[in-house]
Design a protein around this ligand. Structure first.
Ligand code: COA
Length: 385
């Protein structure tokens, strides 16, 4: 009998050369490039290309890819019509999964993988990646207006990916500081080895499902609070704590009841997630630039990190990527329940890169199980039970 490892801890699910992490030293690289360097020097468009193609693009290649993304930002009117009928009380991640899945109906034809030869068709894979990546941001921002009873704001072709995302949310030319921060946030969230949602994408991709359905599977998996949904929970938690002087008592009570501290802990990292450090520093720099006054929620977060280190540090439980990201999104006017959708927009680049990698050498995922039920027995007619 094979050994069963809950949560597949330590079990390699695939071979990949897309990203790598060292959980003891807190290092994350995409295609060998350190995440801090990418967040500082790259753009989301360039990072997406790096993930998809495996190398940094030339200026010409990047311009071409960027134009393709800009050309594909708009979605069909009927998608908007469909979205209008979804309940505005639904969670944006539920909407996103529905809308992305529906895209494969609205854009039929070559969107369906039909045979193994398609796996070799890099043009198809590239075109699908561009279409999906470009449209994710539009759908997420459209929902913000539709659910409030307004027409969505049309995407603009003259803006970068991050600028356009902010513009479609707020309807204003984005503040350059916020645009840069959003760009870095998208880079930081774009990829992270074989996490739960990427694994879901791989499993769906291995069946040769349409790439829209592959991304829909990943979106649904990211939504949970143990994964991407934690960023929304963090801000709710900080509000619940209320003030820095309440942190220690609140934390002790949570830990006593064995409750989760949102935005803390990671299967792979046993030190602070390097993305959390970068996000925290970006928040700090933003506060300094805006007059030096720290927001009350950020103050609580800093106090919580300190108190948690004393209590959870020995277990290797430290802030993860979701701990500080929401505080930055709040500054940019992103509603709390859209934090995970922004995460999904960014992670879409990584999902698509893994989809492409999976197709190159595809074999359907079909793991085994350790059966714990009854062995063969006789059927009992209903009157004799
Ligand atoms: N709050 C309190 N304790 C935590 C914790 C948290 N957020 N994360 C881990 N721990 C503790 C566990 O209680 C466990 O303690 P024990 O050994 O005394 O039982 C130990 O650390 C190991 O945790 P475990 O649940 O086995 O880790 P995992 O690898 O299965 O789960 C997460 C990883 C991310 C799901 C988990 O850390 C978590 O739920 N975090 C909060 C949700 C979150 O922020 N998710 C975003 C991840 S990027």
């Amino acid at each position: 009998m094979s050994e069963y490892l809950p949560g597949l801890e330590g079990v390699p699910a695939t071979k990949s050369n897309i990203s790598d992490l060292d959980g003891k030293r807190g290092i994350l690289t995409y295609r060998g490039y350190r995440i801090a360097d990418l967040a500082r020097c790259s753009s989301f468009e360039e990072t997406a290309m790096l993930l998809l193609d495996g190398r940094l693009p030339t200026r010409k290649e990047l311009t071409e890819f960027d134009h393709q993304l800009r050309d594909n930002r708009r979605v069909k009117y009927n998608i908007r019509e469909m979205m209008k009928y979804l309940p505005e009380t639904g969670h944006p991640m539920e909407m996103l999964q529905s809308a992305i899945a529906a895209l494969s109906m609205f854009y039929p034809g070559d969107e369906c993988l039909t045979g193994s030869d398609v796996c070799e068709d890099l043009n198809y894979v590239h075109n699908m990646s561009v279409k999906i990546l470009a449209r994710m941001a539009t759908i997420v921002a459209m929902w913000e207006h539709l659910r409030n009873g307004y027409d969505p704001i049309e995407p603009r072709r003259d803006l970068t990916y991050a600028e356009n995302l902010l513009y479609m949310f707020n309807g204003e030319d984005p503040d350059p500081d916020y645009a840069r921060i959003m760009d870095a946030c998208l880079i930081l969230h774009a990829e992270h080895t074989i996490n739960a949602s990427t694994f879901a994408a791989l499993v769906a991709g291995s069946t040769l499902a349409s790439p829209y359905l592959v991304i829909a599977a990943a979106v649904g998996t990211l939504a949970g609070p143990l994964h991407g949904g934690a960023n929304q929970k963090v801000v709710q938690m900080l509000r619940e704590i209320g003030s820095p002087d309440r942190v220690e008592a609140w934390l002790d009570e949570q830990l006593e009841h064995k409750r989760k501290i949102w935005g803390f802990g990671h299967r792979e990292y046993k030190v602070k997630d390097p993305r959390a450090t970068i996000l925290q520093n970006m928040m700090m720099e933003l506060m300094e630039k805006r007059g030096g006054e720290v927001t009350p929620l950020f103050e609580i977060a800093l106090a919580l990190e300190k108190a948690a280190e004393q209590r959870l540090g020995a277990k290797g439980v430290y802030p993860n990527v979701d701990f500080y990201s929401g505080l930055l999104y709040l500054q940019m006017g992103i509603p709390e329940d859209q934090f995970t959708s922004i995460f999904a927009v960014a992670r879409c680049a990584g999902w698509l890169a893994h989809w492409r990698e999976q197709l190159k050498d595809n074999r359907i995922f079909r793991p085994t199980q350790v059966y714990t039920g009854e062995q063969e027995r006789d059927y009992v007619p209903i009157d004799q039970r």
